[in-house]
Every structure is written in C-alpha cells, then in structure tokens.
Design a protein around this ligand. Structure first.
Ligand code: SF4
Length: 332
C-alpha cells in the first residue's frame, strides 16, 4: 500500500475543503471498500480525510420523509425501529448484504459509493477502463457471468464497461425514490436516486454524478405506503456474504387485491440500480395475480442483452421479479 497522509478535520466544511482542493485526497468513513482498493493498488489517495466523527449519524423523521445521516452504520439502519416500521424494504436489503461484521463498520454514504466487484477491476494484470480509462475491458473477452444485461451497448467496443453496481441498499433506495443530500464547495444539492448513478458510456471510471469534493451528508426517503407489501429478493452464489447475481426490490400498495402503486428496481444487472418503469406501469390498477406478475416481468426484460457467460441472467431475472412480487403481495 502506498504511503498516505491522514487528517481528521473537525467540521464538515473543513473536510469538504480538504478534498475539493486536492484531487488526490479522499474521504474515508468505514473504509470497508476503500482499504481493499488501496491494498490492491486500485486507489492510491495521497491524503485520507477521516469523516467518522462528523455529526452525520442521526436517523430522524422530518415533515414527510425519513432522513438517515450518511455516517449511520448499515447495522444501525437495519435494526432501527422507525426504519423497520416505515421502510422495511431498506432493512431487508441491508441484511441481504455483506456480513454482520461489515454491516457494523460500513456507513450509508460508503455503501452508496462502494465500487464494482468486477474481478478484472481488482486484478491489475488485466486491462480495465474503469481503473485506467482507455486501457480496455478484461471482462468483455473474459469470464463475464457477474456482468450487466441492461444499459450495455449493442456492440461493446474496447472502451466499454459492462460492470454492475454492487450495493443492495441503493436498489431499495431507488425503488423508494429516495434523494441523496450532498454538500460541496459550492453549497448543497439534492440528487434524486434516479440521477445519482450513471451508465458508463464513455466515462466508465465515473460511477456517480458527484463532483470532486462533494460529500454525501444524508439520504431522505419519502413517507410512502410501502410497509406491508415489500420484498427484497437476492439471488447469489452463497446464502450470505456474496454480491447479487440478480436482485429485486419490490414495493406494492395494494387495496382490496388491486395494485394501486408498484415500484420495482433491480440490482446485479446494470451499472446502476435498474428501475423497471414499464413493469410498474403494467402492474398499476391490476388485480394481484401470478399471471399479471409474469407479464410485468416479461415487459421488464425488454432490451436485456447477454454476454458469453451471463445468459442465465435472462432466465433468472424474470423469475426473480415474479418471485419478489409474489412474496411482496403475500402470494407465496
Ligand atoms: Fe473494468 Fe468495467 Fe471491464 Fe470490469 S467490466 S474490466 S470494471 S471496464
């Protein structure tokens, strides 16, 4: 690991200033991903700005939303009474991720900013456009069973990236239409989840729409009616401590067996949480049934495209959507 300077600013403003004015400085909180990246030589910050003691650790109910501070631990969110009562989908998604030890270290902000687990990104013997822009993509001609099926170019070129985003929390936040609060050099911004992550296009090294030095301070989740009929389903290689091959966050508002509102988002299938708008539209107003869920799943899969080793996702994904909807609706 390369030597680095470590600083512990006492205010949010000071922390932002330190990173915004030095492109080689980085925030560190739980460090559960960043330290690995530094050990592998993928990240080599010259300065680490420790934000762990900053006052961003509250979960509070405000007006018509729940605000969760960026430094609240994943385990604290997953077991918080208010979260369990008003937004159980978040707790389900968090408990499906990582291990107990990691959830006790990892923060909400860090969870959103964790980087892809594409093995070629972590192995410096292979080319990777996300690690070194323009160097090529090891996954395109390699083992790509974990990789994306949505948001990928029809004809990937050597500059492409087909990695998937690894966070379970972000998939649930996407379905719940949360907003990410950030603070930077030029003030504060609110970024809807739909605009927080980006597709790789010609800048695969950039995962989010954050500018340099912008710090996530909180996420806000609107009050909604998604308490009773929610399910986070994660398909993975092991029962725990594994990233999603495919995951589905399903939230339904059902009244007298009819779906008033549906929200669906998928993980493990794209460079960002993949919202299933067409399927949501198809479900709205329908009576609850497996047939309707199957039709919605088929609509959701339009535009999916497989590579050499991940064609199984084209079969697993629609089945996962149907199963998540059935479990959310109480059908199975
Ligand atoms: Fe790198 Fe993306 Fe290719 Fe993986 S898929 S090797 S992260 S460019």
């Amino acid at each position: 690991m390369k030597a680095f300077e470590y600083v512990r600013p006492s205010t949010i403003r000071e922390a932002i200033e330190l990173v915004a004015t030095n492109p080689k400085a980085q925030f560190i909180a739980g460090g559960t991903n960043l330290i690995d990246l530094m050990k592998h030589g993928i990240a080599a910050p010259e300065k680490l700005v420790d934000i762990n003691h900053l006052p961003l650790k509250k979960i509070e109910k405000r007006d018509d939303f729940l605000r969760i501070g960026a430094l609240v631990l994943n385990s604290e969110v997953a077991s918080h009474k208010r979260v369990l009562a008003s937004h159980p989908l978040l707790a389900q998604a968090l408990n499906a991720g990582a291990s107990g030890q990691l959830r006790n270290m990892a923060t909400v902000g860090g969870n959103l900013l964790q980087r892809t687990r594409c093995p070629y990104f972590y192995d410096r013997a292979f080319p990777c456009n996300k690690r070194i822009p323009g160097s090529g993509c090891g996954a395109l001609g390699g083992i790509n069973r974990m990789h994306a099926i949505f948001g990928v170019p029809e004809k990937p070129d050597p500059k492409s990236c087909i990695a998937v985003h690894p966070s379970d929390l972000s998939v649930a936040l996407s379905a719940l239409e949360a907003t990410v609060l950030v603070q930077g050099h030029r003030g504060e911004r609110q970024i809807p989840m739909a605009d927080f992550y980006r597709l790789p296009n010609n800048r695969p090294e950039q995962d989010t729409t954050l500018s340099n030095g912008e710090l996530i301070t909180a996420v806000e989740i609107p009050d909604a009616v998604f308490q009773k009929h929610v399910h986070y389903l994660k398909v993975r290689d092991r029962a725990s401590y594994a990233f999603a091959l495919v995951s589905v966050a399903a939230a339904l508002d059902i009244d007298q067996n009819r779906i008033k509102t549906a929200r669906l988002s998928m993980g493990g299938v794209a460079h960002k949480p993949w919202r299933l708008f067409d399927a949501e539209k198809m479900l709205t107003g329908q009576a609850v049934s497996e047939t309707v869920f199957r039709q919605a799943a088929e609509a959701a899969m339009q535009g999916a495209r497989a590579f050499e080793h991940n064609a199984y996702k084209l079969r697993v994904a629609p089945n996962a959507i149907v199963q998540a909807l059935k479990l959310a609706a109480g059908l199975s």
